[in-house]
Design a binder for this molecule. Structure first.
Ligand code: ATP
Length: 512
């Protein structure tokens, strides 16, 4: 299936089956804001639970908090967000569309990279078994030219970003003849900086209102609580603080469904370490986080690392984990070594000492921080796009979501074959036992085939069918979503079998 079509289908499927709705749809919608429906919220909560447990339960030295969205405005001055949380924007004068200038350049680089990939594939076909990819990459003239082009654009780009020179960013767009992806026009405006923070007023205007911000990241809530948690939890370095919560950014371009929203959720963890040990911890957390993604059972080739060419002024190392969405490889999580920048800034702006006293060495220092920052909504989209399958059966197409069983919105559907002969009663009895442990659905409407399809479409891993034989011998059939195989088992054994398969433990175990 063409990837663009796949993406359209996923978006439509999300709406049709109660995963995601456009916010304020009744009023024609609010751009780049989405609501999670009855199935979406279950999947989202399960992803959160998995991340939360993997952080706070599997790591004894990581604890969680839940800080407020509103914070003292000076926090955002100290963190640099008031002055520097900007994206460079550019408008196309013909199409009147607005773009992020940095994204236009990155997409241009990706296109050149795709050309290299095409050359490699062509050569692979031509040379067959004997093909040596590394040798080809280092000797083929065309590939070398493309690689040189990428390097020289990247060099200019990093220079422009380092100097914060908007004219130079624009010049790259002009020199590379980058066109508006919609209209094909090259009629660009100047590049301008645009601050992404939303602001609002605290208190009534008459009382002398203060401008405060909706947090653009959850991390600052962790930094300003560092001392509280360290002291009350008697935490010893190295230790981490994890948090899940909403963040808000007034994104310039927000066209890719829940990939880029103006209100979204982050799952962040800041790990406080001794200065000088940050790069060792950075490598450890890089590995742990990739393992977490790969435990979801998605094809490992869908993930790749992206090293930041331009480091933020506070970072001394930064990598992104990118996922291959239907619209290409894009960032899903960032892992950053943030030095002591944030804590030092808060120390300076608050006038309060933020230091750690190391009992063993007898020294005090401002801890360094390694952060892992993952977008919950992007993770949701990655799981859903990997799970969506259209399978050709004998007489029909079946749409199925192969979501890992512990994350599935509904774990079990209980389906009496007919609405009489005592079958609904037995089905209800089964529901009453299972629903104490997991989210179950009872359905008696429509043919059993139609009911199976509906459950496949929301990713329910198990369907339990109660038939006439069940009423006689208390056995039921269990149908497995992925293989569609059916098996007859005693009602008394059901809870044990299903519970074992949907347990979050199955995912957590893979991280040990
Ligand atoms: P991008 O370059 O795509 O704008 P970013 O580098 O600004 O992302 P971070 O500030 O590192 O993102 O935020 C951490 C994570 O939060 C990202 O990896 C992403 O998964 C998520 N995230 C950031 N912005 C958005 C958004 N507008 N909508 C949904 N998720 C987001």
């Amino acid at each position: 299936m063409i990837q663009e079509d796949l993406f359209k289908k996923i978006v439509a499927h999300c709406k049709e089956y109660g995963f995601i709705f456009q916010s304020s749809e009744l009023y024609d919608g609010l751009s780049a804001v989405y609501d999670y429906g009855q199935n979406g919220v279950e999947l989202k909560n399960n992803i959160k639970e998995y991340w939360w447990k993997s952080m706070t339960q599997l790591n004894e030295e990581v604890v969680g908090i839940d800080s407020a969205i509103f914070m003292h405005p000076t926090i955002w001055k100290a963190s640099g967000h008031v002055d520097a949380f900007n994206d460079p924007l550019i408008d196309n004068k013909d199409s009147k569309k607005r773009y992020r200038a940095d994204v236009l350049i990155e997409e241009h680089l990706e296109k050149i990279n795709d050309k290299i990939k095409k050359e490699v594939e062509k050569a692979r076909k031509r040379f067959g078994e004997a093909f040596d990819e590394n040798q080809f990459l280092s000797t083929n003239q065309k590939v070398l030219e493309y690689s040189q082009k990428i390097d020289s654009i990247k060099k200019e780009f990093v220079e422009a970003l380092d100097e914060n020179c908007l004219d130079k960013i624009r010049q790259i767009i002009v020199d590379q003849e980058i066109v508006d992806p919609v209209s094909g026009s090259r009629n660009w405006t100047e590049v301008r900086q645009f601050n992404l923070m939303f602001d609002t007023k605290l208190g009534s205007v008459a009382e002398g209102a203060n401008t405060i911000y909706l947090r653009p990241e959850t991390a600052q809530g962790i930094f300003v609580n560092y001392l509280n948690v360290q002291k009350t939890g008697r935490m010893k370095i190295p230790f981490g603080i994890a948090q899940i919560g909403k963040a808000f950014r007034n994104e310039i371009v927000a066209r890719q469904f829940i990939f880029r929203m103006r209100e979204f959720e982050q799952m962040e963890m800041q790990y406080f370490v001794k200065p000088g040990e940050e790069l060792r911890w950075f490598d450890i957390w890089k590995e742990r986080r990739m393992k977490w993604h790969q435990s979801l059972g998605i094809d490992p080739s869908k993930y790749r690392w992206h090293k930041h060419d331009k480091l933020a002024h506070y970072a001394n190392a930064a990598y992104d984990i990118e996922f291959e969405f239907p619209f290409g490889f894009k960032e899903i999580e960032g892992i950053h070594s943030r030095t002591d920048f944030d804590l030092s800034q808060h120390q300076q702006y608050s006038g309060k000492k933020i230091q750690y006293f190391d009992n063993e060495s007898g020294e005090s220092y401002v801890p360094y921080v390694v952060e892992t920052s993952i977008g919950l909504d992007r993770t949701f989209l990655s799981i859903l796009s990997a799970a969506y399958k259209e399978e050709q059966l004998e007489n029909e197409t079946r749409i199925v979501l192969n979501i890992p069983a512990p994350l599935a919105p509904v774990k079990v559907a209980v389906l009496p074959l007919v609405k009489k002969d005592g079958l609904p009663e037995l089905a209800r009895e089964i529901m009453d036992t299972l629903k104490l442990d997991m989210n179950c659905q009872y359905e008696e409407k429509d043919s059993i085939g139609k009911r199976y399809r509906r459950q496949d479409a929301i990713g329910t891993p198990f369907c339990i069918t109660v038939d006439h034989q069940s009423a006689q011998d208390r056995t039921v059939t269990i149908r497995y979503r992925d293989t569609m195989e059916q098996e007859r088992i005693p009602v008394e054994k059901l809870a044990e079998i299903v519970k074992e398969k949907v347990d979050m433990k199955n995912l957590l175990k893979e991280l040990l």
